[in-house]
Design a protein around this ligand. Structure first.
Ligand code: MLT
Length: 402
């Protein structure tokens, strides 16, 4: 279940002499959005029913843009933490007309009884906010740019955003998400893949990057280390091109900076036709031998089956969309030499034939100060084929950023 969004109109009496929504009025709009959420869900008396009251303990608001009378603001609300007696709610307000982020806020509540003693967070409220699931699995459902994305979030510390390749999903980062302690690990399913929505249209590198930017805004993250594998690397490079000030560091894994040749473009169109005619499993069968090293295929049958199944369950619209986004992507070759000041690690599986180590080496040489790591015993998917070695390399790099 995803949590409904709440639309509220800005009234003139909430604005200052310049016609801007007043900063104090933001607080009441955020509060109104919370009440509306309860009204449409477990009821406005969900707390009093349990003899409990959510006392506001802390508020942090990031005002991002002005809003004006008549603007309709769309509020998204999610619980980012639930303890026994306290919870943290993150709320964002975006203008419906142009999807501009107007403000993002975080509210920490402690539930207390009439005598001011802490009481448990009411179960009806927890369940409605879907935290039973999200706390257990760390998966949240967040709507950005009109599309609902599944996002796994784990840990505290400097943020690292993991971007999977094609036609895969966030689960390729399982080991890194489980073990990279000391960092806030964020792994979304890109639109069209995994458990995220898969619209028929609207796929481009720019759109994927815009989705990621919106996610960072929802989580209130200013700076992030991007870690992109293959197509995820194309998205990471596009993100750097457009939003460089948000990038603290870059990991480019089994990826390439150049655009598709006309021959590769034709192959993409052929693959899209195959997906439409014969479904995702035809794509999975064709790609599997190229994704994994011969040693992985021979020695890790369970992993091999997992990767095949993962590709085979990708929605056809997501496959076709990703193929067109890759086909039409810009070259990032000229961008590489401008990346001084963006600490970068380039990683490649030793046996990768799709994006071979020689290509990783040239990319690392083109980026000022970049480090290179070649992972033995892996082809195109080092995080799955050699999870420990990949995580250790990532950890060293992330720690070196301070
Ligand atoms: C991927 O793994 O994301 C794809 O192989 C990238 C590509 O086809 O260019």
């Amino acid at each position: 279940m995803s949590i409904p969004e709440i639309d509220l109109v800005v009234y003139p009496d909430e604005c200052d002499a310049f016609g801007h929504l007043n900063q104090a009025s933001f607080l009441s709009l955020f509060e109104r959005a919370r009440w509306e959420l309860l009204r449409g869900g477990p009821g406005m008396d969900v707390f009093t029913r349990d003899g409990s009251w959510p006392a506001l303990r802390k508020t942090v608001i990031d005002y991002r843009a002005a809003a004006f009378p008549g603007d309709v603001l769309r509020f998204q609300q999610l619980l980012t933490h639930v303890g026994r007696t306290s919870f943290t709610m993150r709320q964002t307000a975006r203008r419906l007309r142009d999807d501009a982020l107007i403000a993002a806020a975080e509210f920490v509540f402690v539930c207390i009884d009439r005598d001011g003693r802490p009481t448990p967070v009411p179960t009806d409220f927890r369940e409605y906010m879907n935290t039973a699931d999200s706390v257990q699995t760390d998966v949240q459902r967040i709507t950005v740019n009109g599309v609902n994305l599944a996002v796994e979030v784990r840990g505290e510390g400097p943020a690292v955003l993991f971007i999977h390749g094609y036609p895969l999903d966030r689960t390729i980062w399982r080991h890194q998400i489980d073990t990279l302690e000391g960092f806030r690990r964020i792994a979304p399913d890109l639109r069209g893949m995994g458990q995220s929505d898969a619209p028929d249209l609207g796929y481009s590198m720019s759109m994927y990057a815009a989705d990621l930017l919106a996610l960072l805004d929802v989580f209130g993250i200013e700076e992030v280390v991007l870690c992109g594998l293959s197509m995820g690397g194309y998205v990471a490079l596009e993100f750097v091109r457009q939003h460089r000030s948000r990038v603290r560091g870059l990991v480019l894994m089994d990826t390439r900076p150049d655009a598709d040749t006309s021959e590769v473009r034709r192959t993409r169109d052929g693959a899209a036709a195959t997906a439409r005619d014969r479904g995702a499993s035809a794509i999975a069968d064709a790609m599997l031998p190229k994704m994994l090293a011969a040693t992985t295929l021979a020695a890790q049958p369970e992993l091999t089956e997992r990767v095949r199944a993962l590709m085979a369950r990708t929605p056809v619209s997501g496959i076709v969309g990703a193929l067109s986004a890759m086909r039409d992507r810009e070259s990032s070759e000229a961008l590489l030499e401008t990346l001084s000041g963006v600490p970068t690690l380039v990683i490649a599986g030793e046996a990768d034939t799709l994006t071979p180590p020689s290509q990783a080496r040239s990319m690392a040489e083109a980026i000022p100060g970049a480090q290179l790591a070649i992972i033995p015993g892996a082809a195109h998917l080092p995080p799955l084929e050699q999870p420990q070695a990949t995580t250790v390399r990532l950890q060293d790099f992330l720690r070196s950023l301070g």
